[in-house]
Design a protein around this ligand. Structure first.
Ligand SMILES: O=C(CO)[C@H](O)[C@H](O)COP(=O)(O)O
Ligand SMILES: [Fe+2]
Length: 240
């Protein structure tokens, strides 16, 4: 019903060499790249914004035609490397257009920050991107389920750490949220983000998560390819 997708988070990579780090992850078998955007307001940390996304996109579009290169508006999903944004910002409405034009494919905003989440999902799709909605550890899953009931999203992202920093410990109690989401939405892309690695991946997989975000466990490994393969194997085993 749903496929396993592994997306390394480049948060803890060498950000001065972001393009190379993305390339390295793709060569190691990443299905997409998880880009953590932080504004120093929604979370107590700052990373980067659309100018960096745009420059990184330029390094990853070689297989596209000239017309496609000019604007990443429609059908970007199949054509190129998938950039999934995790927008940890206070005004997610503000960056939709700029991010679409910079070549983002999936725009994941935080439910806690959205003024009108239903409208935001529609606006994200109008710009040719897929829409994701994330919830912080303290946000009840019922809020996300309510939103999905009135306006379906493409991705539900359950935070398994307090957003803001990589390298924190996985919060296993969040798996209850994943379980509830999976019960109601058998085909939805459900992601987990924060502290996910080989030690806890079975909890994520058993709860029903299929989009696996993993930062430190992959980036800090001597053999990132093996980590990605191991994560994938566990999730695929549970799916079958
Ligand atoms: O959104 C995030 C933090 O807010 C990151 O995606 C997440 O922390 C991934 O890194 P790690 O696996 O090291 O926790
Ligand atoms: Fe993230």
């Amino acid at each position: 019903a749903y496929q396993c997708k592994i997306g390394p988070s480049i948060l803890n990579s060498d950000l001065a060499r972001l393009g190379d780090e993305c390339k390295r992850m793709l060569e190691c078998g990443a299905d997409y790249l998880h880009l953590d955007v932080m504004d120093g307001h929604f979370v107590p940390n700052i990373t980067f914004g659309h100018p960096v996304v745009q420059c990184t996109r330029k390094e990853h579009q070689t297989s596209k035609t000239k017309t496609e290169l000019q604007r990443f508006k429609k059908n970007t999903m199949n054509a190129c490397v998938i950039f999934r944004l995790h927008m940890m910002v206070s005004k997610p409405e503000q960056w939709v257009k700029a991010m679409a034009e910079s070549g983002a494919n999936i725009y994941t905003f935080h439910l806690e920050a959205a003024e009108n989440a239903e409208q935001l999902i529609k606006d994200i799709r109008m710009e040719g991107m897929k829409a994701g909605c994330a919830i912080k550890p303290a946000t009840p899953v019922s809020k996300l389920l309510d939103l999905l009931y009135t306006q379906m999203a493409d991705v539900a992202l359950v935070m398994t750490v307090e957003p803001g920093f990589g390298g924190q410990s996985f919060m296993r109690p969040m798996m209850e949220k994943v379980r509830e989401l999976r019960k109601v939405h058998p085909t939805l892309d459900i992601g987990v983000d924060g502290g996910v690695g080989p030690n806890c991946i079975h909890h994520c997989a058993e709860a029903g998560a299929n989009m696996i975000v993993s930062g430190s466990a992959i980036m800090r490994s001597n053999d990132p390819r093996k980590v990605i393969t191991d994560l994938r194997n566990v999730v695929q085993e549970v799916i079958q």
